[in-house]
Design a protein around this ligand. Structure first.
Ligand code: SF4
Length: 133
């Protein structure tokens, strides 16, 4: 897959599957018990859940990708990389994981398929951790 120029982009983009090497690298980034330290534990509140603003179908998937409440929680989460890696290797298509919306994760997968190293693809598509004030 060669990196397209801006004039070559066609929508909707076809999101390529993870290559085996990228999958292995992502699995290597995951802490096996990461869910125990999830910053969102206990704030998942059913219908008001900012991480899963359902229903997510068709065109409103893009609108739901801008979920600033959930992403703000993820910024300070100690297991953000594990969470994002888990969503990528399981091809999770719903919700905010590791500070990344479904659209963010699609972008990461496209960049990985274009040859970006895993670390570069992750850093380029998620906000940096908040620095202590
Ligand atoms: S990164 Fe976000 S979605 Fe993942 S465990 Fe942490 S707070 Fe929850």
């Amino acid at each position: 897959m060669s990196r397209p120029t801006s004039g070559q982009l066609a929508f909707p983009l076809t999101v390529p599957p993870l290559a085996p090497q990228a999958r292995q690298e992502l699995l290597g980034l995951m802490r096996f018990d990461w869910q125990a330290d999830a910053a969102c534990a206990g704030i998942l509140t059913g219908a008001a859940d900012p991480f899963y603003p359902e229903p997510i179908t068709g065109t409103n998937r893009i609108a739901n990708s801008v979920n600033e409440v959930a992403k703000a929680v993820c910024l300070d989460c100690p297991v953000r990389i594990s969470c994002l890696a888990a969503a990528l290797v399981t091809n999770e298509t719903h919700g905010v994981w590791g500070g990344a919306s479904p659209t963010d994760r699609d972008r990461i997968k496209v960049n990985l398929a274009l040859g970006d190293p895993v670390g570069v693809a992750l850093r380029a598509n998620i906000r940096p951790k908040r620095s202590a004030a």
